[in-house]
Design a protein around this ligand. Structure first.
Ligand SMILES: [Zn+2]
Ligand SMILES: [Zn+2]
Length: 345
């Protein structure tokens, strides 16, 4: 089968690999779609001695059941399924508490990332992927290609939003930094599940137009953006700021526009930062709450599938044949994808 393989720094190639053999508790999934994520660019940019070299990429994976292991129950050949982002153990304290996205077995403290398809085991940018049956959720009648990004581009904002839900009242102002893959889904989830006023920022006019068409206030992400947000909130600042990019300018904006007692969720992994000062010289207003989050829980994955099935959220998908993976990575790297790029075998 064909498999998009990380071969060396900043380089992917399509390699021929054997179709995986499945164990008794596994399913062979015929891949329907595999989403392209900025994390993929980050992963392949980690040098020539990265242990992930040689593996198949792709952590946003949907498909149809091709073959069942002998102990698998509840699935039939042809069923459409979404692969969990975090391949959690299901048994540790975090998993049992419903926080499987930070499973302590598959993401030991200070690990690079929790075990995910394409990050530690072969991912879904291939004709087939093997996965434990318990790491699948049913997609029903959803378009199996367009559903792939639900596993990360929708799940990750869903988790960030769920964690601050009590703040997202009808009189709250939310700032969404970045309206790309994660941001355009975060915007829709906020609109579908909260009454908050939403201000969306991006550098790309097309992405701003998308946000405006959905009912958000759209502001170009430039040097004046923070002042505009402060004006829109009468000098108070935003109740919640979601940074779906995480580069230096967006991190700085988040710190500069959050209100006293507000919350920031740094979701994008763009390696921006600020100096935390334990004193009066801190750049943060008093009372601000910050959380470092990864992905989302399985319960939240079911919630995004349900929202998609109800037509309340939808991924803007740019489809690429699997054979065009190198071009798709290049388009992502240069910001030429509106919404989410999905490889289709
Ligand atoms: Zn991702
Ligand atoms: Zn666990």
């Amino acid at each position: 089968m064909r498999a998009v393989t990380y071969v060396k720094n900043d380089t992917v190639e399509i390699h021929e690999k054997p179709i995986p053999e499945i164990a008794a508790d596994e399913v062979l999934l015929k891949v329907g779609g595999a989403g392209l994520c900025h994390s993929d660019i980050a992963i392949i940019g980690m040098g020539d001695d990265n242990p992930l070299i040689g593996s198949t990429l792709g952590h946003e994976v949907s498909g149809t059941v091709e073959k069942l292991g002998e102990n698998v129950q509840g699935w039939n050949v042809g069923d459409a399924a979404l692969v969990a982002l975090v391949l959690s153990c299901g048994q540790c304290g975090e998993c049992l508490a419903g926080r499987d996205n930070q499973c302590e077995v598959v993401s030991p403290r200070n690990s690079l990332a929790p075990l995910s398809p394409g990050i530690g085991v072969d991912g879904g940018m291939a004709d087939y992927i093997k996965v434990k049956a318990r790491h699948l959720d049913p997609l029903g009648d959803l378009d199996v290609v367009a559903a792939a990004p639900l596993a990360d581009a929708a799940l990750t904002p869903m988790h960030a939003i769920s964690r601050v839900k009590d703040r997202l009242t009808g009189d709250a102002t939310v700032v969404v930094l970045g309206l790309g893959g994660l941001g355009h889904m975060g915007l829709q989830i906020l609109l579908a599940t909260t009454g908050a006023r939403i201000i969306g920022l991006d550098t790309d006019p097309e992405k701003l137009a998308f946000a405006e068409s959905k009912g958000a206030i759209a502001i170009p992400s430039d040097a004046d953006a923070a002042d505009k947000i402060m004006d829109l909130t009468n000098g108070i600042g935003a109740d919640v700021v979601f940074d779906f990019v995480g580069v230096q300018p967006t991190v700085t904006t988040a710190v500069n526009v959050v209100r006293n007692g507000g919350a920031i969720r740094f979701v994008g992994l763009g390696n921006g930062g600020f100096d935390y000062v334990a004193g009066s010289a801190s750049p943060l207003p008093w009372g601000v709450e910050i959380e470092r989050a990864y992905g989302g829980t399985r319960a939240e994955m079911r919630e995004v599938i349900a929202l998609a099935q109800q037509g309340k959220i939808g991924v803007e998908v740019k489809r690429y044949p699997l054979d065009d993976a190198v071009r798709a990575f290049d388009d992502l790297h240069h910001g030429r994808i509106q919404g989410r790029g999905v490889l289709v075998p």
